[in-house]
Design a protein around this ligand. Structure first.
Ligand SMILES: [Fe+2]
Ligand SMILES: [Fe+2]
Length: 358
């Protein structure tokens, strides 16, 4: 289903500047949207909630957090080659996805400036955080004599068009899954400091609170649009985005088993934990979520991941394109089948749970 990611050793066009990884279904994407539709969204049903999340963003709790302290003044040559490659690959993907968030939020803030002050300010504050995150990771990359050419990335990446509702579903999930990814690594290293080979991980606790706040802002945005949670279409989209994000996460985490191993984490367990937690968190925003406790849920996701590995092996051969296509047909059908079965399995009705609570 998916091509391989380029070898992290690939050298850049200029010394020290890393070539961006080849774009595949699994690399972080860059998005654009319908700015007019976004500007004209009616936010009136959630005014109080918007002021509350905006206050949180204005408070800028992490303004002094992203400063490199003396722990960074070391030579990192003692990190073995395997760990270094896995870590640099992690840094590159993280930097690209933080930067992708920055570009989207910055453009939204700019486009909405004179049309929707509340949203424009909120997106400006979100962009501020993502710029810090991307910059901090890029500095970490420079410790390994690499950096991402963010200007090149801005101009040369393909931008995927998502209508505002899709942006809201997708960004909500990417912020919340980001939160769970960072906090899970942080908590694990707190208990196993022997695996912490670089100080960046110590910054994850406060860092992930930024992602959590970003997610909360998108939650209010979602709840302010009744068609996103009251209609059957909203329900279908909610499940679609959950499935897409969880499938992508499972494939990328299993593909990068090495990186999680360097931290003393089991990739499969880590993925399951992050997916479960993100699904549980989404109950507060989405009309429906997936049933991660269904006995087949992870079995099917992990089968998709194994299919992906099989496809990569086929892609790596010298066979003609048509032969590769035919060889991949059974695995692609199997992946589609498993995804469909997860999608159609009985979901958890978040709205029904909400009405029970209140
Ligand atoms: Fe971020
Ligand atoms: Fe974020």
């Amino acid at each position: 289903m998916v091509n391989t990611i380029q070898n992290p050793e690939t050298q850049g066009v200029r010394p020290g500047i890393k070539n961006p990884v080849q774009e595949t279904l699994l690399t972080p994407r860059f998005y654009t949207t319908d700015f007019d539709a976004m500007a004209n969204m009616d936010l009136s049903t959630c005014e109080e909630e918007f002021s509350a999340v905006l206050e949180e963003l204005r408070a800028d709790y992490n303004r002094h957090h992203f400063v490199r302290d003396e722990q960074f003044n070391q030579n990192w040559e003692q990190i073995d080659e395997r760990t270094r490659l896995a870590f640099v690959d992690f840094l590159e993907r993280s930097c690209t996805s933080e930067f992708s968030g920055f570009l989207l939020f910055k453009e939204l803030s700019r486009q909405l400036k004179n049309r929707n002050h509340l949203l424009s300010e909120a997106f400006h504050l979100l962009a501020r955080d993502e710029a810090r995150h991307a910059g901090f990771i890029n500095k970490a990359m420079s410790d390994f004599n690499l950096s991402l050419d963010l200007g090149y990335l801005t101009k040369n990446r393909t931008y995927t068009f998502f209508k505002p509702e899709w942006i809201i579903f997708a960004v909500y999930l990417s912020e919340k899954i980001g939160y769970w990814r960072y906090i899970t690594v942080f908590r694990h290293l707190e208990n196993h400091p022997e695996h912490e080979y670089y100080p960046l991980f110590r910054y994850f606790e406060n860092w992930c609170q930024d992602e959590n706040r970003h997610g909360d802002f998108f939650k209010v945005l979602l709840r302010s649009q009744p068609n996103m949670w009251q209609s059957w279409k909203g329900r279908l989209w909610a499940r679609f985005f959950l499935l897409t994000v969880f499938a992508t996460h499972t494939l990328t985490v299993n593909e990068r088993e090495d990186f999680y191993e360097t931290l003393g984490l089991d990739a499969k367990e880590y993925n399951r934990h992050v997916v479960r937690k993100t699904n549980e968190t989404s109950l507060r925003a989405f009309p429906e979520v997936l049933d991660t406790e269904h006995p087949d849920f992870f079995r099917r996701l992990e089968q998709c991941s194994e299919n992906n590995v099989k496809n990569q092996k086929i892609d790596a051969t010298e066979k003609p394109k048509l032969v590769k296509f035919l060889l991949k047909l059974p695995t692609n059908c199997s992946t589609l089948w498993h995804l469909l079965r997860i999608y159609l399995a009985k979901p958890i009705d978040a709205e029904a749970l909400r009405s029970e609570v209140h």
